[in-house]
Write a protein that binds this ligand. Structure first.
Ligand SMILES: [Zn+2]
Length: 242
């Protein structure tokens, strides 16, 4: 396909350019790509430059198998898509993040993150949970934003929406899970105080609140369930769709 070949060429030129002139792309922002040169020829759908989806490659299957992906009757690799999106980090730098989601929500998730990028909502990091051995606590402690992980809801015999790639945990350290006195991750304890005027956390301005702009973007793209709306247990990082 000519178009994609041209795109690869253009991408390679851009990468070379960035290697020599870091800090000159995207309106003067440095773009640092967390994974090595992306196999751009496998793009299935591109929404905007830097925002695209791919089928799960052989290499990625190897990375996920036995980690975030377990053999199961509910979801296959073919039901999932690998996304790359640009996002700002807490230092105002533009990064390329990665995420695995259900293919049924791949396009709208790209659009959602494009809107977050446009409003410059900072996301500290966006890596597959496989980088943390699929350990949710370790991933949350690093404030890692992620989606797919085949696991059951703790203590319940029900599949988590994460197991279907239909739930996103965003900036989990500053949007922790809170159940009475219990806070997870524990290094997000100061963010259990959701009143920005009282919260002592350094990044309190980026906590998610009901009806704020981040909340509205998730709602707009069909992530209608927010853990912050739950009655007793509050999961401020968690948005899911049906
Ligand atoms: Zn979650």
């Amino acid at each position: 396909m000519k178009r994609s070949r041209q795109r690869i060429k253009a991408g390679m030129i851009l990468l070379c350019f960035l290697a020599f002139y870091p800090g000159t792309a995207a309106g003067g922002e440095a773009v640092s790509v967390t994974s090595p040169a992306i196999s751009a020829q496998n793009i299935e759908y591109q929404y905007q430059e830097g925002f695209y989806s791919q089928k799960i490659s052989k290499k990625l299957k190897k990375r996920m198998r036995g980690v975030s992906y377990q053999k199961n009757p509910n979801i296959q690799f073919s039901d999932l898509r690998y996304l790359r999106v640009l996002h700002y980090n807490f230092k105002g730098k533009v990064k390329s993040g990665e995420m695995v989601v259900n293919k049924s929500i791949a396009k709208k998730t790209l659009k959602l993150f494009y809107e977050l990028y446009q409003i410059q909502y900072p996301i500290q990091r966006m890596e597959l949970i496989d980088n943390y051995g699929a350990d949710d606590v370790k991933s949350m402690e690093k404030n890692n934003t992620s989606c797919f992980c085949y696991r059951e809801v703790d203590g319940k015999e029900k599949l988590s929406r994460h197991a279907l790639g239909k739930a996103i945990d965003i900036n989990p350290r500053i949007n922790p899970y809170v159940y009475f006195g219990y806070v997870s991750p524990s290094n997000g304890r100061s963010y259990a105080q959701r009143d920005s005027r009282k919260c002592k956390g350094k990044y309190k301005d980026y906590m998610i609140h009901k009806n704020d702009r981040v909340y509205k973007i998730f709602m707009k793209y069909g992530f209608r369930t927010w853990g912050g709306n739950w009655n007793y247990e509050k999961d401020y990082q968690h948005f899911q769709c049906e």
